[in-house]
Design a protein around this ligand. Structure first.
Ligand SMILES: Cc1cc2nc3c(=O)[nH]c(=O)nc-3n(C[C@H](O)[C@H](O)[C@H](O)COP(=O)(O)O)c2cc1C
Length: 167
């Protein structure tokens, strides 16, 4: 297991366009007994309800969504480029069909019993504040519909950042 150091939120230097959009991350949820992870490239970090928050977007079909809905917490593990293949694996295989963390060459770690990926270079631990389903009646631009031809809608999960850790 790697050693992770907590870092103050105001020390965080990430560019969300790079970290989510280009580098990708692994969103994990569950418990020490049972957890799942999946690759995400949509999400962000900001301020809401007077709190530092992270938000992610998870489609109905994802097995990870079951863990997010049942649990109180989730983590976002940001990975360096050497784990690109593992990110591709976790973004194209479902935890319904196998134990994809070891299959991708990754390892579970836990902080405050929240599962995260030990190979992450930095990790955001979140306490779930809100889950908002993005329904078609909320889309103001017709362009958005192209993402939902199969009706597999996203839920936005907003979590208060309770800890940031760097390896
Ligand atoms: C680069 C990349 C980014 C992805 N981003 C998202 C995302 O933001 N939201 C989402 O619902 N699925 C996203 N996916 C798809 C899921 O990671 C994928 O469907 C995964 O197999 C779900 O696993 P699960 O069924 O074990 O939860 C992404 C996949 C890749 C490869």
């Amino acid at each position: 297991m790697h050693v992770f150091q907590p870092i103050p939120v105001d020390m965080l230097e990430i560019n969300p366009f790079e970290s989510f959009g280009k580098d990708w991350a692994l969103v994990s949820s569950g418990s020490k007994k049972r957890a799942n992870t999946m690759t995400v490239s949509w999400g962000g970090i900001g301020v809401l309800w007077g709190k530092n928050v992270a938000f992610i977007f998870v489609r109905d079909s994802r097995y990870t969504k079951e863990f997010l809905d049942q649990g109180e917490f989730f983590s976002i593990s940001f990975m360096s480029q050497e784990y690109r293949e593992a990110l591709n694996y976790c973004g194209s295989h479902s935890g319904r069909d196998g134990d994809k963390v070891p299959e991708a060459g990754l390892t579970w770690n836990y902080k405050l019993s929240i599962p995260f990926i030990d190979e992450g270079s930095f990790v955001v631990l979140c306490h779930k504040l809100s889950a908002v389903k993005l329904t078609e009646d909320s889309f103001l631009s017709p362009e958005i519909a192209k993402w939902y031809k199969d009706g597999d809608l996203h839920t936005m999960y907003i979590g208060e950042i309770i800890e940031l850790m760097a390896r």
